[in-house]
Design a protein around this ligand. Structure first.
Ligand SMILES: [Zn+2]
Length: 499
């Protein structure tokens, strides 16, 4: 996420013809020698018939990847006199070269250009396909090159015609799935709305086919737009993951739903020499959905614990330690048992009793500890479903408007304390800095009766605040506390809501 500028120095002359790269390169980078040499020759330039020394400084910084190719080629062309040195003094070059002299896209262009602009560099040369990505950064001139010949032209100060890929800007046009497509399940829709309004982590449970995934996919669609700063972070992570970044900042919160067979590396990030971002970082500022969460390996779930607490993940690899942001809203879904039909009228669960208990136990521990709200979805009977299909479900836009209002109330209340959402407010602040909710004695009673853990108390109060924000009430009312208690414990809230 934070790029470092690397100086590429090229010296030609003295000694037998060979090429040396110094400055802590890894294996892929050492291969740059062969790639750059072939690319220069096939572009009609000459590779120097002398000792060529390429120094990448600072030498103390471990270097990895193929994106130094373009800088090395530029250095050779200048050292050999094919182009003038001048332009290179004020330019950052980034890109991989092919043996045929083509210039290929590379990971991490956006964070690199951000750093170049911050350092006051005037020009940046990037692969043609990534011009739009680089232009997200203001205050620096972006040149796109598709070949080594075009690089030479840019370094001579000539204009290179731009051939940008035809794309529909995803950030503006992509349609998010809409809540209007979900029939019935009013209570679960309400839970998703509350989760969105207060940024609470949510668990959805119920038999297969009741709409758990449908609802989870629709959560990002009712969240507020990202700020420019957040959007840049999201785009930078995509860039580092090698995903396409277009010329429009992604204003909608991302959604990441890794499969339960995902490895620790796929989930939290990994890689051999320098770690790449994983699914949790691709969900940064958005939603991470874990479907069939008990099927995830316990090691994978355990790896989520620290990122959930800190909002970032630290990955130490052989060559470097990296830190990627990972502040996401977690939604998990689970069936009641491995076969999916335990406790369901009209269906027979085929699981051995032990298996049901083991399955549920897997949900406990680090993840369940972090979940604020639990919602159970029941299959809808045919007549109800027919009725539900007839009346139109409320569209996401209407729900998003209420969420935005509730978020604005939180912002107003919490601004002085330094928080944005109810979910972020730490227990002590909740207890001592904010007014006490009405009916708080209900919570005390639940603790005394052993129905709620001490940790659960703060979660209940946070949810109650969100309910108050959605209702436009200045403090949580007794009915908010009652509903929050039910949601925390995964009870039926239908009658509570009506009462
Ligand atoms: Zn079963």
């Amino acid at each position: 996420m934070q790029a470092s500028l690397v100086d590429v120095e090229v010296s030609v002359g003295g000694g037998l013809p060979r090429t040396v790269i110094v400055g802590l390169p890894d294996a892929a980078l050492s291969e740059a020698r062969s790639r750059c040499r072939a690319a220069i020759s096939s572009s009609g330039f000459e590779w120097p018939q002398h000792l060529v020394t390429i120094n990448l400084s600072p030498a103390s910084l471990p270097k990895s990847g193929t994106h130094f190719d373009l800088g090395i080629v530029g250095g050779i062309l200048a050292a050999h006199g094919s182009v003038a040195q001048g332009r290179l003094d004020d330019a950052v070059l980034m890109g991989e070269v092919g043996l045929d002299g083509s210039v290929r896209s590379t990971r991490g262009v956006l964070p690199a250009v951000l750093e170049a602009a911050r350092a006051g560099i005037g020009h940046v040369v990037v692969p043609m396909e990534q011009v739009r990505e680089a232009r997200l950064v203001e205050g620096i001139t972006v040149h796109g090159v598709g070949t080594v010949r075009e690089l030479a032209a840019v370094l001579r100060g000539e204009q290179v015609p731009e051939r940008l890929p035809d794309v529909v800007p995803i950030g503006t046009v992509r349609r998010e799935p809409d809540l209007a497509d979900v029939a019935g399940q009013d209570e679960a829709r309400w839970a998703v709305e509350i989760a969105a309004a207060g940024a609470h982590h949510l668990s959805l449970s119920g038999p297969p086919g009741v709409g758990k995934t449908l609802l989870a996919e629709r959560l990002p669609g009712i969240l507020p737009d990202l700020s420019s700063g957040e959007a840049l972070e999201v785009a930078a992570i995509r860039s580092l993951s090698g995903l396409y970044v277009d010329g429009v900042l992604p204003r909608r919160p991302p959604y990441s739903a890794p499969h339960h067979s995902a490895s620790v590396a796929a989930l939290v990030g990994g890689g051999s020499s320098i770690a790449r971002p994983g699914a949790i970082s691709l969900a940064h500022r958005g939603v991470l959905f874990l479907d069939e969460v008990p099927e995830f390996s316990p090691t994978v779930l355990e790896a989520l614990r620290i990122p959930l607490e800190k909002g970032y993940v630290e990955l130490a690899r052989s060559r470097a330690a990296t830190r990627y942001p990972a502040r996401f809203q977690l939604v998990v879904a689970a069936n009641p048992c491995p076969c999916g039909y335990h406790g369901l009228a009209g269906r027979t669960c085929t699981c051995p009793p032990n298996a049901v208990r083991r399955y549920r136990d897997r949900l406990s521990g680090p993840i369940l500890d972090r979940i604020d709200m639990q919602q159970t979805l029941r299959p809808m009977n045919q007549s109800y479903l027919r009725k539900a299909m007839r009346r139109a479900s409320e569209p996401s836009a209407a729900v998003a408007a209420r969420v935005a209002e509730a978020r604005a109330r939180q912002l107003h209340r919490l601004a002085g304390l330094g928080y944005l959402t109810n979910a972020e407010v730490p227990g002590p602040v909740l207890r001592h800095e904010l007014p006490s909710p009405q009916g708080i004695d209900l919570v005390d009673t639940a603790v005394t009766r052993g129905l709620l853990s001490a940790r659960g108390v703060d979660k209940v109060v946070r949810i109650a605040w969100t309910l108050a924000d959605l209702a436009g009430s200045a403090v949580p009312r007794t009915q908010d506390i009652r509903a929050a208690l039910a949601m925390r414990r995964g009870e039926d809230v239908a009658e509570v809501r009506c009462g």
